[in-house]
Ligand binder design. Structure first.
Ligand code: GAL
Length: 335
């Protein structure tokens, strides 16, 4: 009788240990099938669509290498409420790894809570949550790039181009009159890129005069509108356009084209991202330069995390900054 009880108790302890290790283990996802749920802030964003394509390719690769994997991708149309609902739906449908490009990078609370309750790790990407939120749970990761580096590189490209082309200073007043096209207010890649590009130009001895700036939310059409307004205010005085991304630099060029400006009256345009259209414009000599935002590298880093989470091993081989961040380097692209 006593012996039977002992075997029963040992069996119970064993089951509890198995259950505990399945729920609480930091590295694995529950179940053998991997279901990755991806949501990104807006499906009309050129760079994000290219990054998502790269990520899909990576996931196809994991599938081909034998992982039983399903991927669902949703665009949130610029609404945090929609994105929160998408996360709920994907969790309801059995998703066990989340990849989230937040709509509002200061408002991940609901998503983090949902993930934590269900023990689903999150890979945030491109729109960096604030550090306080990233520390709310140990299964939160971030993949992106260092905004300051992109701004510095854009500034350096502009310095080189201005030095190589003294005619950039069309009114020969010894200063470069410039305007800035900015991404969304509050986005780490907007404020920091602008500040570091301008500071780099100044530090390298280029005298600057800021004429104006326009917020165009990463968007080509909005940038064209803002640029039309700035041209009507300042006419031929604009000598340099610094845009926080390629789409806005291209929108600025569209504005000049619409107004039939001749080539010699155009300012120098600089973007960031190295999207397909951006690189094409650099090759054609329309954009003076851009900074490559390594979407392939970011997608591959996300895939490594997915793979390690799925296998429950390999996290220790990934090189993190501060335990949970992966930043891919930018690089310069010029004519
Ligand atoms: C930036 C990128 C922009 C835009 C934005 C969206 O990193 O340069 O083009 O895609 O992310 O968050």
């Amino acid at each position: 009788m006593m012996r039977g009880k002992r075997i029963w108790a040992a069996g119970m302890i064993f089951c509890m240990l198995v259950l505990l290790s399945a729920c609480g283990s930091k590295g694995t996802v529950a179940g053998s099938k991997v279901y990755v749920g991806v949501t990104y802030y807006d499906q009309s964003d050129t760079y994000m669509n290219q990054l998502i394509d790269c990520f899909r390719n990576e996931m196809d690769g994991l599938g081909e290498s034998g992982l039983d994997i399903t991927v669902t991708v949703r665009g949130a149309g610029g609404s945090q409420i929609t994105q929160d609902d998408q996360v709920k739906e994907m969790i309801g449908a059995g998703c066990n790894i989340l990849c989230v490009n937040l709509v509002d990078r200061t408002d991940p609370s609901e998503i983090i809570e949902l993930a934590r309750q269900n023990n689903i790790p999150i890979i945030f990407f491109n729109r960096e949550p604030v550090a306080e939120d990233m520390h709310r749970w140990d299964r939160l990761y971030y993949v992106g790039a260092d905004a300051e580096q992109s701004g510095v590189m854009q500034g350096e490209l502009a310095v080189e181009a201005i030095r190589d082309n003294p005619q950039t200073d069309r009114n020969r007043d010894g200063r470069i009159q410039y305007v800035v096209l900015e991404g969304e207010p509050g986005h780490q890649d907007a404020i920091i890129r602008t500040e570091s590009a301008v500071n780099t130009l100044k530090k390298k001895g280029i005298e600057l005069e800021k004429l104006s700036y326009g917020i165009a939310n990463w968007n080509r059409a909005q940038a064209q509108n803002r640029m039309m307004q700035m041209i009507s205010q300042h006419q031929n005085r604009i000598e340099l356009v610094l845009a926080n991304n390629d789409d806005m630099a291209l929108g600025a060029m569209d504005a000049y084209q619409k107004l039939n400006y001749t080539e010699s009256a155009l300012p120098l345009f600089f973007g960031i991202d190295g999207t397909d259209v951006g690189i094409k414009a650099v090759k054609e000599g329309k954009l003076a330069g851009t900074v490559y935002n390594d979407k392939e590298g970011q997608a591959s880093a996300m895939a490594k995390l997915v793979k390690a989470m799925a296998a429950g091993e390999g996290m220790e081989d990934i090189r993190f900054t501060n335990d949970k961040y992966i930043y891919l380097p930018y690089s310069k692209v010029k004519q």
